[in-house]
Design a binder for this molecule. Structure first.
Ligand code: ATP
Length: 239
């Protein structure tokens, strides 16, 4: 049996006539943390969204757990247990922390609801303290915790994170990344994350890909890429 969970092959994605992804190949194995780094506008978010089916790939295939999901609608992809914490967190600002978590739960897993909420509160005690507070009044770091917590409520096989460090202070980023590591080590959760914070992402990841202008230009272990002079010059120096 293959240990590949997600396989993206030859994917091209367009916005109208603009080609945002120009033939992307990426693979994530079960139990790995894999990151995708690259500059603004490289196509990182587009790849995340293409995996989730909106926009759909124009050519190429996205395979998840052995099934071709390229042409599935987004809600059916979510039911395959791919959960996303999108760029900008997108929590529900007028709902409480607890209600936001409720929104993430899938009907298939309602019997685990209390257990799952407790797990998330153990991972992010701050969310437990603030469970009655409206999402929109949380700090940026707390909103990121909530966005990840809401995604976890779906009991994902694959967690997609789009720029979890965006706009957060280094200490807060460390807390979030430590939590991701814990989920991976303790629960075996597979994680694919997109980051502009290359240093934090590469340190966390088993493997990583570098994206430039809609194409993957380099890949390797997190350690290899951290030591790579080209990566250092483009993404790490001064960072
Ligand atoms: P960032 O970190 O700034 O979000 P990114 O690497 O995630 O960058 P994308 O957001 O995927 O990059 O954008 C890739 C390219 O697609 C960019 O040239 C962008 O302008 C273009 N693009 C993104 N979204 C749209 C859209 N809805 N309509 C048209 N073009 C888009």
């Amino acid at each position: 049996m293959s240990d590949t969970l997600l396989s993206v092959q030859g994917v091209q994605t367009y916005y109208g006539n603009i080609r945002a992804l120009a033939g992307v190949d990426v693979e994530v194995k079960k139990g790995e943390i894999v990151s995708l780094i690259g500059a603004n506008g490289a196509g990182k978010s587009t790849l995340m969204m293409t995996i989730c089916g909106s926009p759909q790939a124009r050519t190429g295939t996205v395979t998840f757990d052995g099934e071709d999901i390229t042409r599935l609608p987004t809600h059916l992809i979510a039911r395959r247990r791919i959960a996303q914490s999108p760029e900008g967190r997108r929590i529900f600002p007028r709902m409480t922390v607890y209600e936001n978590l409720q929104m993430g739960a899938s009907l298939d897993n309602l019997k685990y609801f209390n257990e799952d909420v407790e797990k998330i509160f153990t991972l992010f005690p701050r969310l437990k303290e603030r469970q009655g507070q409206r999402g929109g009044t949380l700090s940026g770091g707390e909103q990121q915790m909530l966005s990840i917590g809401r995604a976890l409520m779906a009991r994902p096989k694959l967690l997609l994170l789009d720029e979890p460090s965006l706009g957060l202070a280094p200490l807060i980023v460390k807390g979030i990344f430590d939590a991701i590591k814990k989920l991976n080590q303790n629960e075996g959760l597979t994680v694919f994350l997109v980051e502009q914070n290359a240093f934090a992402a590469l340190k966390l990841s088993d493997r990583a890909y570098v994206m430039v202008n809609g194409q993957v230009t380099m890949s390797g272990s997190g350690k290899e890429l951290l030591a790579n002079p080209e990566v250092r010059a483009a993404y790490l120096e001064g960072g």
